[in-house]
Design a protein around this ligand. Structure first.
Ligand code: ZN
Length: 283
């Protein structure tokens, strides 16, 4: 399994703190009461202590920056550094199926209107608060909404508190919009090691990776052709199984997603792949 980290988010126009203030999602009273805040945070969300987090159960750190894999602990089971997966990680599906990261965005709508069957969306909190209606529409069409963190940081370089903040604010944005708690989490850039796993687990979530990377974001850099992605998918189709990584954050990646959807039949959502629940809890 060859992993190349998703740099797609770096291609965005950078989210400024000012743009986040233009959130379309009202800050709920229950969150104001719990956090003492009055608006959604910026790219570095504050850590809010949670009584169910057991710091003693968090695995030792192998803090490192993205791509700096030389000094990580040998038993840290890093997905992005050494393709390591734990027995609990999901990275495959009995039917070759698409998944979409980094939304919701203005382009998500075209995608959900063209999918033959529901898919799985790994959403960013910062995007949910900007596009809550698109999140709700994706959900209403039966798509499974999952977490991709609050603001797409590389988690292995963060402190435990910063990782918790990335997850809790993502979960709160999902709860405030979809009235549910997510069951599935995809770490940005595939940045997953045993420390991150031990924190994600305390939120009751399962990590979802992939075994087929389209590198669709490279289309935006002129480094990949949509036709080559479709060729790869067609060739891989005979294998029958697999979990495909795509992005719904741009017009180009959405268009290739729609074309891939035309090629594949009988796709499954991540919970259907593993016989699991769509959400940890719904309200
Ligand atoms: Zn991503």
């Amino acid at each position: 399994m060859k992993i190349v980290i998703c740099l797609s988010v770096l291609l965005w126009a950078p989210l400024s703190e000012a743009s986040l203030l233009k959130s379309a999602l009202p800050f709920p009273d229950w969150l104001r009461d719990f956090t003492g805040l009055t608006e959604w945070p910026g790219l570095d969300p504050p850590y809010i202590p949670l009584d169910f987090i057991n710091f003693a159960a968090i695995e030792p750190s192998s803090n490192h920056k993205i791509g700096e894999c030389n000094n990580i602990l040998p038993n840290s089971c890093s997905f992005d550094c050494s393709n390591c997966v734990s027995t609990e990680d999901i990275f495959n599906c009995p039917k070759l199926s698409q998944t979409f990261d980094d939304g919701p965005s203005a382009f998500t709508l075209k995608l959900i209107n063209n999918l033959k069957t529901p898919s799985t969306f790994f959403t960013l909190g910062t995007q949910i608060v900007k596009y809550p209606e698109i999140y709700k529409q994706a959900m209403a069409k039966g798509n499974v909404m999952a977490s991709h963190s609050w603001s797409h940081k590389y988690l292995p370089e963060l402190t435990n508190e910063e990782i918790i903040a990335q997850i809790e604010w993502s979960v709160w944005a999902m709860n405030a919009t979809g009235h549910h708690l997510p069951k599935y989490f995809r770490p940005p850039y595939g940045g997953l090691d045993n420390r991150v796993r031990s924190i994600v687990k305390q939120f009751g979530m399962t990590n979802v990776l992939w075994n087929f990377d389209t590198h669709d974001w490279k289309i935006l850099l002129g480094q990949r052709k949509a036709s080559d992605i479709l060729k790869d998918i067609t060739n891989h189709k005979s294998a029958g199984n697999g979990l495909i990584l795509e992005h719904d954050h741009s017009s180009q990646t959405v268009n290739v997603g729609i074309d891939i959807n035309k090629i594949l039949d009988g796709q499954l959502t991540v919970p259907q792949c593993v016989g699991g629940v769509n959400y940890l809890r719904t309200f």
